[in-house]
Design a protein. Structure first.
Length: 213
């Protein structure tokens, strides 16, 4: 199970999170988010180990702006969290990994994802809210049983130390990783390293058990 820590901005905090070796680190490039990176210096991200994939998170941004920030921050992946079309997602797949996020509730239609399957590398399933992510709320994970495509997905939305054991019960073959954000913060964009360390220990226990089995 891969680990993505999303919503980073503070220089020292970025270094501390990088030190516990997530697989992905996410940076919000959406100015309406409390975790917006703003005018962050490019060396804050460029100096992160190449073993950690840097993800730029965008919401209904234009292609030219996305391309410029991919170049500026040397993003390895982008996460598109708005109403981006399959064709729009596919524009970037030749240069970075593409994660397309969807807000999920009990009425979510998984058939709409078929149009995206050849245009993205991963899906991210978050809790559907009026905003674009960061709600700290979970959704009914049994809904994931309706997902039948082969494209791997990450789980987001309200993941915390209190429910990671429940995550272990998700046996979907396309379940690729978890996205940790608001429940692991001291304040928006400032991650609690102790909580993240505990989470990493729990998740790595899952991974070790899977290898042995």
């Amino acid at each position: 199970m891969k680990i993505k820590v999303c919503g980073l901005r503070d220089s020292d905090n970025i270094k501390a999170v990088a030190g516990i070796r997530p697989d992905y680190m996410g940076f919000i490039c959406y100015d309406r988010s409390a975790r917006f990176i703003g005018a962050m210096e490019d060396d804050e991200l460029v100096n992160i180990s190449t073993d950690i994939a840097k993800v730029g998170v965008f919401v209904n941004e234009d292609a030219d702006s996305i391309s410029k920030l991919i170049y500026k921050y040397k993003f390895d992946a982008i996460q598109l969290h708005g109403s981006e079309s399959p064709e729009f997602c596919g524009m970037f797949k030749h240069e970075v990994e593409v994660i397309k996020a969807f807000g999920v509730d009990e009425n979510f239609d998984f058939t709409q994802l078929r149009a995206y399957q050849n245009n993205v590398n991963y899906f991210l399933f978050d809790t559907k809210t009026v905003a674009y992510g960061g709600s700290g709320e979970t959704f009914d994970w049994t809904i994931l049983d309706k997902y039948t495509l082969d494209v791997p997905f990450l789980l987001s939305g309200g993941l915390s130390l209190d429910n990671l054991e429940e995550v272990k019960q998700i046996k979907h073959p396309a379940f690729y990783g978890v996205d940790l954000n608001s429940k692991f913060e001291v304040s928006p964009a400032l991650k609690d390293i102790n909580k993240l360390t505990q989470a990493f220990t729990t998740i790595n226990t899952f991974n070790n058990n899977e290898v042995r089995s």
